[in-house]
Design a protein. Structure first.
Length: 323
């Protein structure tokens, strides 16, 4: 898909807008997991999530190859759309973003604040994506899919930063939505010739990649009703699945309750706010805690864009007390 030179070049492109994000070892989190742990804080980017990296690299190439592009169009549950809106605004390109009805109110507001035209359509991501594709065909707008080599190249820059900061990680837990994040981690690990075991994380309410990984072929689901919207995927991308199947050790499924507990743990142990998918890696590590003794563990906190009402339900006054 790309080589180390490409990845270094992409890191330079991303770096023009996004400083390297921190990777911290938090003592309270280490005590909770019973082992060494490093958190990669992609919640500290200008859009509060790792996706910004992919949008910047994708739009850089698109603008160079098609300088007169009339605009882009895509579908999202939030962070992908924010990434494209942020990058498009830097290049002066109009962006149209489709979201399902009932999508995160605050992510919708953020996309519009970055300059995107927001359209609500359908009951889930898949319906929104199909409508965006139809509109692209008759408007001439460039359709940006949720998984593309340039998106993977861009988001792989966070893995490059992490692995160069902590090349001795035994295990890295990564949430899976459409797959760009985990694929970027797999590619960066392999290009740096490291031995880190990469473990994907999905919701029990949206386990399409986990089911596909177990079956050795693409498996779709009828629903994706998790509150962790960044992991709400019904239909795996075939290219992403091929890379995940080859490069991941396993995929762990976590419940919404486990995700909520992980969000609260991040808040109490690090005072960092995680959205549902952003806490997925910690939820999986906590589930697998008995396996982690003596291991050096990496967690990708992929984003912090949680709506206030859900934050209050999962973390605030409505939430159960922490153990």
């Amino acid at each position: 898909m790309f080589d180390l030179t490409d990845l270094e070049r992409a890191h330079a492109i991303v770096g023009q807008a996004v400083p390297a994000t921190p990777a911290h070892a938090w003592p309270l989190l280490a005590a909770r997991l019973g082992t060494e742990v490093v958190v990669k804080h992609e919640n500290h980017t200008p859009i509060g999530a790792f996706k910004v990296r992919g949008g910047l690299v994708y739009l850089d190439r698109l603008k160079r190859e098609r300088p007169n592009i009339p605009g882009i169009i895509s579908a999202t549950r939030g962070n992908h759309g924010q990434s494209l809106a942020f990058a498009a605004s830097r290049h002066g390109i109009p962006a149209v973003i489709y979201v399902p009805r009932g999508n995160s109110v605050e992510k919708n507001r953020a996309m519009k604040a970055f300059g995107a035209e927001l359209v609500e359509h359908g009951e889930d991501f898949q319906a929104a994506a199909e409508e965006a594709q139809r509109r692209a065909q008759f408007t001439g707008l460039h359709m940006v899919q949720s998984f593309h080599p340039d998106l993977v190249l861009g988001v792989a820059t966070y893995a490059l930063e992490l692995f160069r900061n902590a090349p001795d990680l035994d295990i890295l837990y990564v949430p899976i939505g459409q797959g760009s994040g985990i694929c970027g981690c797999i590619m960066a690990r392999d290009l740096l010739d490291l031995k880190t075991e990469i473990v994907g994380v999905q919701s029990t309410q949206a386990p399409s990649y986990a089911l596909s990984f177990a079956a050795g072929k693409i498996v779709t689901t009828e629903t994706s009703n998790t509150l962790a919207d960044g992991m709400a995927t019904r239909i795996p991308d075939a290219n992403a699945f091929a890379l995940i199947r080859k490069g991941a050790a396993r995929i762990v499924q976590v419940t919404d309750d486990e995700v909520a507990a992980a969000i609260r743990a991040y808040w109490t142990d690090t005072h960092n706010l995680a959205e549902g998918a952003g806490a997925g890696a910690l939820a999986a590590a906590l589930q697998e805690k008995p396996k982690l003794s003596g291991k050096r563990v990496g967690l990708v906190l992929s984003g912090g864009n949680i709506d206030f009402d859900l934050f209050r339900r999962w973390v605030g006054t409505d939430a159960p007390a922490m153990a």
